[in-house]
Write a protein that binds this ligand. Structure first.
Ligand SMILES: C[S@@+](CC[C@H](N)C(=O)[O-])C[C@H]1O[C@@H](n2cnc3c(N)ncnc32)[C@H](O)[C@@H]1O
Length: 265
């Protein structure tokens, strides 16, 4: 992974060079809608405060739990006994990004949503709250973490979430075979090139032309940047939007030739 200094430099460069999404280069009505109706919408939704209350409780919970180390995503803390508060502080997507996912689900109305990397289920809750008629399938390898996520879903009264426990390497294929079609995927676990490419290929097999894929931490390491470049150049991809901490992938937009945008967020 990049050092904090390298990442900060990259982030500053992104902030300085990214488009605001309204410039001359962007003629696509699809991207115009995305920027104006989703990306820059800062309205509050009723579910936000309740979910953030759960995050706050996790951030103050000093309980130690036994956690398996599954991949590159947990580089911040390596011991197997970790405080819930420390995991919550280092692993969960900040509310700005989780709310963006909530707005995307609300706007595009995907029916079958997949999340790889549940952690304590905070982003899962944002996805599931966006449309109670959608079904959210989320996967987590660590049983102790998954148990806390389930408690959070119960506390929030979310009924449209199914959590699959186990390593993605064994659990993902059977889940995808059962679901047949994925409309929206958020890949937020095991941030390494090879597994990320593998998850992309597997999800693509169950994708439809309107499927949206979101990859987390695409600039976290040189390895992840390579994974992101490979995804961008895949033949099925027609549009990508780089938001630095997340990469969005669209397969069938109104754009008749592939376009890659970097938009400030
Ligand atoms: C970054 S956290 C997910 C955060 C969550 N999406 C959120 O925003 O609240 C990644 C999670 O993926 C899990 N994970 C990583 N690699 C995995 C693998 N190969 N199989 C199963 N779970 C894995 C980790 O245990 C961790 O809880």
């Amino acid at each position: 992974m990049y050092s904090s200094f390298q990442l900060a430099k990259k982030y500053i460069n992104y902030q300085l060079t990214a488009s605001n999404g309204k410039g001359h280069g962007i003629h696509s009505p699809f991207v115009f809608d995305f920027v104006n109706k989703i990306l820059n919408d800062d309205s509050e939704q009723p579910c936000y405060a309740r979910i953030e209350q759960q995050r706050k409780a996790l951030l103050h919970d000093a309980t130690l739990i036994e956690v398996e180390d599954f991949g590159a995503g947990s580089a911040v803390i390596r011991s197997n006994r970790r405080r819930i508060s420390a995991i919550a502080a280092s692993s969960l997507k900040p509310k700005k990004y989780a709310r963006l996912l909530n707005r995307m689900v609300n706007y595009y109305k995907p029916q079958t949503i997949l999340e790889l990397g549940t952690s304590f289920g905070i982003t899962t809750a944002y996805l599931a709250s966006a449309n109670e008629n959608a079904n959210v399938f989320t996967c987590e390898g660590s049983p102790a973490i998954a148990a806390i996520a389930k408690q959070n879903f119960d506390t929030l009264g979310l009924k449209n979430i199914e959590l699959t426990e186990g390593d993605f390497s064994t659990g993902l294929s059977p889940l995808l075979n059962r679901l047949k079609k994925i409309d929206f995927a958020f890949v937020d676990g095991n941030h390494r090139k090879e597994p990320t490419g593998e998850y992309f290929t597997k999800i693509l097999q169950q994708a439809t032309p309107s499927t949206i894929l979101v990859f987390d931490d695409i600039h976290w390491s040189a390895d992840m940047e390579e994974a992101w470049e490979a995804i961008k150049s895949h033949e099925t991809v027609t549009l990508t939007i780089d938001l630095f901490f997340m990469g969005l992938v669209f397969l069938n937009t109104d754009i008749n030739h592939t376009q890659h945008f970097t938009i400030r967020f």
